[in-house]
Write a protein that binds this ligand. Structure first.
Ligand code: FAD
Length: 297
């Protein structure tokens, strides 16, 4: 039939974009190019990750502060429990609050390499994201987002205990969950049903990863199933970054379309500090720029 896959959506979606703090001047320039290109899509917020082991504390803060100062975008700062006392977390929270940052993505963080896959809390720190959310909300009235895992967090005792944990994070004051990336729309929708049945009524926004390196995705995937068709889509593209990025955008847009058809209207993109794939997917989903490219607000 002539029914197109894309091009008929109403443009009724809302998006958010995730960036990581740059490590060099060159990466800083790349990040700002990406922010400038994506800004006209008027994201609800843009978030900046916090490095493993708390290594990016200053860089995360500097990036968030610059977004707040130089763009009309609403920044959200990721913050983890790793290697920080409750006092240090309070200090970081105060600095964000004073800088006008009102949205924190609160995470536990991954185990440190020397701890062999077991998370060890700082002796005076928070042991879980739920405890961090509680601490942040007691300090300031932040908007707080937390992480969710449609295919279950790798350390969870069971799917049910992972859901109970998500419920604790929402009950502690988080108003939104953002999911780990996934490649199965079915897995996401099944998770939504279970979350609803568990009494979780906060929005659970899908985290969309436009694959740039398939090898990296395989390394990072944890519990995330990689469907056989994706393996096949990316076969023989390792040395072909251009076509690989195009194929990845099509695959991510296809996933987003399935989510859209199932009623999803909010999407969070792991941009990896690159604009083109994310922009193209948003365009396919019917989103259009609200401001001319690069126009200051
Ligand atoms: P938690 O919600 O604390 O859960 C961790 C594990 O402990 C789960 O298995 C949970 O089921 C279990 N658990 C917690 N409490 C209990 C309890 N009382 N009883 C039994 N089990 C319990 N990492 C970074 O370092 N920096 C980032 O910027 C970052 N951003 C992220 C953004 C998103 C959207 C996502 C999805 C992940 C991000 N991560 C980031 C990764 C995250 O830090 C890891 O996935 C980490 O291993 C778990 O963090 P969490 O906040 O989900 O932890």
């Amino acid at each position: 039939s002539d029914a197109p896959l894309f091009g008929t959506m109403a443009g009724d979606i809302a998006v958010s974009f995730e960036f990581f703090p740059p490590k060099s001047e060159k990466m800083e320039a790349q990040l700002w190019d990406a922010i400038t290109e994506l800004a006209p899509l008027s994201p609800d917020f843009v978030s900046v990750t916090y490095g493993a082991g708390g290594s990016t504390r200053e860089r995360t803060h500097a990036t968030v502060a610059r977004i707040r100062k130089e763009t009309p975008l609403v920044p959200a700062a990721h913050l983890t429990c790793v290697a920080a006392s409750k006092g240090e977390i309070a200090e970081i929270a105060d600095q964000y609050w004073e800088a006008g940052v009102r949205h924190i993505v609160a995470l536990r963080g991954d185990p440190q390499p020397q701890d062999n896959g077991v998370f060890r809390a700082h002796p005076d720190g928070y042991a879980s994201a739920a405890a961090l959310v509680e601490g942040l909300k007691a300090r300031h009235d932040f908007e707080v987002s937390v992480a969710a895992y449609p295919e279950v967090h790798p350390e969870a005792a069971s799917a049910q205990s992972d859901l109970d944990n998500l419920k604790r994070k929402i009950d502690a004051g988080a108003t939104r969950a953002i999911t780990q990336f996934f490649f199965s729309a079915d897995a996401y929708f099944r998770f939504l049903d279970k979350a609803l049945a568990a009494g979780i009524d906060a929005p659970i926004v899908p985290g969309i990863m436009p694959v740039t390196s398939f090898a990296a995705i395989r390394r990072m995937s944890g519990n995330t199933a990689i469907p056989a068709y994706l393996e096949s889509l990316f076969s023989d593209l390792d040395e072909r970054p251009g076509p690989r990025a195009l194929v990845a955008a099509v695959a991510a847009a296809d996933l987003c379309k399935r989510l859209y058809d199932g009623g999803v209207r909010n999407f969070h993109f792991y941009t990896l500090n690159k604009a083109d794939q994310t922009y193209a997917i948003c365009q396919l989903l019917g989103l259009r720029p609200h401001l001319p490219l690069g126009e200051p607000a």
